[in-house]
Write a protein that binds this ligand. Structure first.
Ligand code: AKG
Ligand code: FE2
Length: 358
């Protein structure tokens, strides 16, 4: 029986002329997920933070407090759920609908927007960037660039590209605003000038979105939608639907499932922000598991500074005696270049190249 499943042809993830079967997607045993996509333990879930009380921003008396709570969540968990975030429901629903519509297209049409071998941007059915195992996912990666969105959408939809382009551009703009707000709040909560991070984010050279769609999988206990990894960028704003599948690794190496909350985002710290804060805000390893019945959509918006931005922990955060500087300073451009060459590895190792050895 098991053998039969493993031999099944995986139509949803096979590019034309490149037939894959379930066995091509089986991960090494150490990576097999022990908890299902819909297993959650509320006592161990990540904190929820609301922006409702402070929708008028810095002038609000609660602002200070919410910024501190946000920093604490990122110190302890590296992750939190954000509700009352101010992004219009319509913008989110339009975006989700357009992306599900894209992934529902015949493979032949999606492949018109296939990513190139040199640049990981565009559509791909099985992303080989995450080590030797194939993720059970279709992926669309695009930069925060209206021109690139239109270029991609035109390849796939021809002169009918506008609904897709508009939904995507509207979503990217809304998330850029939200991301800048969060980066300001984190700086404020850390006692840094409010624009300490955001001043490096005016050019959107490397900010990008990755939309993942995980088709139903006949063997979810041996496959993964996305293997264990940390996000190398600065800040991730993740949208997920109500299916469930995101899991986060705790300090004791145990995995916890993150229960989807309607109309929320998941915010997590990337490696670059961990280095920028000398390890105070944590970039935490996570993965996506798949399930037998349902398609699952998630979209990770990765904020990145300008290529020339120098990532160096400010003196306010370093203490030469108790908390000495952990990382050499580096530019985001250099780190990004290294990541492109190295591709992804399992777990969290990308920052190691900048560790100061003692
Ligand atoms: O699908 C998910 O919930 C996780 C996605 C993710 O971690 C990523 O795209 O980096
Ligand atoms: Fe991620």
């Amino acid at each position: 029986m098991a053998l039969q499943i493993e031999e099944q042809y995986v139509e949803s993830l096979s590019s034309l002329g490149h037939k894959l079967s379930v066995k091509n997607f089986i991960w090494s045993k150490e990576e097999w997920p022990a908890i299902n996509h819909d297993e959650f333990t509320d006592a161990h879930d990540i904190p929820v933070i609301s922006l409702r009380e402070i929708s008028d921003g810095r002038r609000n008396p609660n602002y200070e407090n919410v910024c501190k709570v946000m920093v604490s969540a990122c110190e302890k968990w590296g992750f939190f759920k954000l509700v009352d975030h101010g992004v219009a429901l319509e913008t989110i629903e339009n975006f989700k609908g357009s992306l599900n519509g894209l992934f529902d297209l015949p493979m032949e049409q999606k492949l018109k927007g296939v990513r190139s071998t040199s640049l990981p941007l565009g559509y791909c059915a099985t992303n080989p960037d995450y080590g030797k195992n194939l993720p059970w996912a279709e992926i669309l990666q695009l930069l925060q660039s209206p021109q690139m969105v239109v270029e991609f959408a035109t390849k796939v939809f021809g002169d009918q590209h506008q609904p897709f382009s508009n939904a995507m551009i509207g979503y990217l703009n809304a998330l850029d605003n939200l991301g800048m707000t969060i980066l300001e709040m984190l700086a404020h909560g850390l006692g840094l000038p409010d624009n300490f991070f955001t001043k490096n984010f005016e050019a959107k050279e490397a900010t990008m979105i990755r939309v993942n769609r995980y088709p139903p999988c006949p063997l979810p206990e041996k496959c993964l939608g996305l293997g264990s990894h940390s996000d190398p960028h600065t800040l991730t704003i993740l949208l997920q639907d109500d299916v469930g599948g995101l899991q986060v690794q705790m300090n004791d190496n145990k995995w916890i499932g993150i229960r989807p909350v309607p109309n929320s985002f998941i915010i997590n710290i990337g490696d670059t922000l961990e280095a920028w804060t000398n390890g105070r805000l944590r970039s935490v390893v996570h993965r996506a598991v798949v399930n037998k019945e349902k398609n699952r959509l998630s979209a990770a918006y990765f904020m990145s500074p300008s290529d020339s931005a120098t990532i160096e922990c400010p003196p306010e955060i370093v203490d030469p005696l108790f908390n000495p500087r952990k990382y050499e300073s580096f530019t985001w451009g250099d780190f990004k270049k290294q990541l492109l060459v190295q591709k992804r590895v399992v777990g969290k190792t990308a920052l190691e190249r900048y560790l100061i050895s003692r």
